[in-house]
Write a protein that binds this ligand. Structure first.
Ligand SMILES: [Zn+2]
Length: 494
C-alpha cells in the first residue's frame, strides 16, 4: 500500500477541503485497518490531494498510444476522445477517406485507423499507459466510413448501416456519440440522419456531444437546433466548447445560457463544457464556406481556382474575428514554417495582398494543411461560463506539426493557478469538482473522479500555492509547475 500522508484533501464532490491521509492499495483507494503499514509513504504536507483530473474533450485519440506526456504532466488520468465528429474508427474499406477526413485533428503517426470501436478500445487498454480512455463514436468518421466524403442525403441502406455500426460500437464500450457540424461531410447530414442515430444513442442511455454548426453569428440558432434534437430523441446532450465567437456576437452568450436553462426546465438533460482560454484553435479551412469544402482537399483546391471571388466574398462576410486576431498555428511544409505565429493582417502586409487572398494562397501552398489560432472570446464571457453550474472544464487539446494551442499543455494548471488562485473566479474545491467528480458523473465513469474507498486509485497531488501553466501562445510546449505526483489505477505516472 502507498500512503499519501498529511495532505489537504479535496475529494472531488465540491465539499470543503480537510486535512488527512489517502491510502492506495493496488489499483484502488483503500480504507485500511488502523494498524496497517504502508510499503511507501509520501509526505504531502503543504500539498493538495485530489482525484486525478478528467478531460472529457480531447483529440488525443491516436496520441494516447504514443504515451505523450502533455496531459499526464497536468495531472490528467482520464480522457474522453472521439470529439467533434472525429474518431479513428470505423475505418474498414474506406480507411483512406476516413484518415483524410481526420487529418488536422487526429494527429499521430502516419498510419492510423481501426475497423471498429472494439479494436480501438482494445488497443488503448493495452498500450495507453498514462490515462484511461473513453471514446465517442464520431459522426463524421462513421459517415465517411460508409459513404466517403460525399455530402448531402445518403441512401436509406447507408444510414441503416451507420445506425447498425453505431449500435455495435456503443455495445462494444464506446461511451457515446459526437457530431461536428462545422466539418464536412458531417455538416451536410440531413436532420433525419442525425435523429436516426441519436435514437440509437438514447436507447443505450449514452451521451451525445456536439461541436455545433456555429458559435458566432448563428450561435443561438445552433443551440436551438441541438436542443430540438435532444428534445425529440431524449438523448443526453453535451454542448462542446461553448462560447460566443467574435466581438459582434459576445452579447449573444447570455441568451444562449437562457435557452439552456429553459430547456432544462422542460426536461432536456443538457450541459456544456469550455476550455479556459480566450483563443480557439482549429483547421484554417474553417474560415471558408462549407460548400467549398465539399468533397475533400483536392476538390476544395480546385474550387479555389474556379470560384475564387465568390469564396472570398463569403469568407469575409462570415468572419466574426478581425484578421489581426487570426494566426497561423502550423503548416505542413518546411518552406512555410516562417508564417507560423504570424496573423493574417501581418501576412497581408508582407505579401501586399488582401488578407483573404493570403488565406487562399497559404492553403494552396500547404495543400490544405494549415491550422489556425484565433482570438475569439471576451474575458467577461469566459468568466461567466466557467462559473456556471452546468460547466465542465476541458482541454480540447490537439496536436499539430507547428505550434499547438497552449491548452494542450496547460489547461488544468491554468485553471487552478490563474483562474482560481490569482483571479479568484471560484473556490479551489469547486474548480476541482469541475475537472473530477462532475465530468465523471456526466460520462458515468464508475469509480472515477472520487477519493472514496473502493474508487480507482486515480490521484493528483499538487502545490496549490504554486501551481501554474507555463505554456503560452508563443511557446506552448512547456511542462506546468506545481503538479507533484500523479497516480492512475495506482501506477505512478508523474
Ligand atoms: Zn470541436
Amino acid at each position: 500500500m502507498i500512503l499519501l500522508k498529511n495532505g489537504t484533501i479535496i475529494d472531488g464532490t465540491g465539499g470543503p477541503a480537510r486535512g488527512g491521509d489517502v491510502w492506495l492499495d493496488g489499483d484502488r483507494i483503500a480504507a485500511p485497518a488502523p494498524d496497517a503499514r504502508p510499503e511507501r509513504t509520501i509526505d504531502c504536507t503543504g500539498l493538495t490531494i485530489t482525484p486525478g483530473f478528467i478531460d472529457i474533450h480531447s483529440h488525443s485519440d491516436v496520441m494516447v498510444l504514443e504515451n505523450d506526456r502533455a496531459k499526464a504532466d497536468q495531472g490528467v488520468t482520464s480522457e474522453v476522445v472521439g470529439n467533434c465528429g472525429f474518431s479513428p474508427y470505423p475505418a474498414g474499406p474506406m480507411e483512406n477517406a476516413v484518415s483524410e477526413y481526420g487529418r488536422g485533428i487526429l494527429y499521430g503517426p502516419p498510419k492510423w485507423g481501426w475497423p471498429n470501436a472494439a479494436e480501438y478500445l482494445d488497443e488503448v487498454r493495452r498500450n495507453a499507459r498514462l490515462a484511461s480512455i473513453w471514446s465517442l463514436v464520431g459522426h463524421g468518421s462513421l459517415r465517411t466510413a460508409h459513404a466517403g466524403p460525399k455530402q448531402g442525403p445518403l441512401e436509406t441502406k447507408q444510414v441503416d448501416a451507420m445506425a447498425a455500426d453505431l449500435d455495435d460500437a456503443l455495445t462494444a464500450g464506446a461511451c457515446g456519440f459526437s457530431t461536428g457540424f462545422m466539418y464536412a461531410p458531417g455538416s451536410s447530414a440531413p436532420r433525419e440522419e442525425i435523429i436516426r442515430l441519436l435514437h440509437v444513442v438514447a436507447r443505450h442511455k449514452k451521451i451525445y456531444a456536439t461541436h455545433m454548426r456555429s458559435y458566432s453569428f448563428q450561435l443561438l440558432e445552433s443551440i436551438d437546433e441541438q436542443l430540438d434534437l435532444a428534445r425529440e430523441t431524449g438523448v443526453k446532450l453535451q454542448l462542446s466548447h461553448l462560447q460566443a465567437v467574435g466581438r459582434a456576437n459576445w452579447d449573444k452568450q447570455r441568451y444562449a445560457l437562457d435557452k439552456i436553462a429553459e430547456a432544462r426546465q422542460t426536461g432536456v438533460d443538457v450541459e456544456f463544457d469550455i476550455y479556459p482560454y480566450q483563443a480557439g484553435s482549429t483547421v484554417l479551412t474553417q474560415l471558408l464556406p462549407q460548400w467549398a469544402l465539399n468533397g475533400g482537399v483536392e476538390t476544395m483546391l480546385r474550387r479555389l481556382k474556379e470560384d475564387r471571388p465568390r469564396i472570398a466574398r463569403e469568407t469575409v462576410e462570415s468572419m466574426a474575428q478581425r484578421w489581426e486576431d487570426v494566426y497561423v498555428a502550423s503548416v505542413g511544409s518546411q518552406a512555410g514554417q516562417h508564417w507560423v505565429g504570424k496573423n493574417f493582417a501581418q501576412i497581408a502586409e508582407a505579401r501586399k495582398l488582401e488578407p483573404v487572398e493570403c488565406v487562399f494562397q497559404i492553403l494552396e501552398e500547404e495543400n490544405g494543411e494549415v491550422n489556425m489560432l484565433s482570438f475569439n472570446q471576451s474575458e467577461d464571457n469566459l468568466r461567466q461560463l466557467i462559473q456556471h453550474p452546468l460547466c465542465t472544464v476541458i482541454s480540447d487539446g490537439f496536436y499539430v506539426k507547428g505550434r499547438p494551442h497552449p491548452r494542450l499543455y496547460g489547461t488544468f494548471p491554468h485553471l487552478l493557478g490563474e483562474m482560481v488562485r490569482e483571479k479568484k473566479w471560484m473556490p479551489l474545491e469547486e474548480a476541482v469538482y469541475r475537472i473530477t467528480g462532475k465530468p465523471a458523473a456526466r460520462f458515468r465513469m464508475e469509480g472515477r473522479g472520487s477519493l472514496s474507498p473502493g474508487s480507482y486509485a486515480d490521484v493528483t497531488v499538487f502545490d496549490a500555492a504554486h501551481i501554474r501553466a507555463k505554456a503560452t501562445y508563443e511557446d506552448p510546449r512547456q511542462q506546468p509547475e506545481g503538479i507533484r505526483f500523479v497516480f492512475r489505477n495506482g501506477q505512478q505516472t508523474l
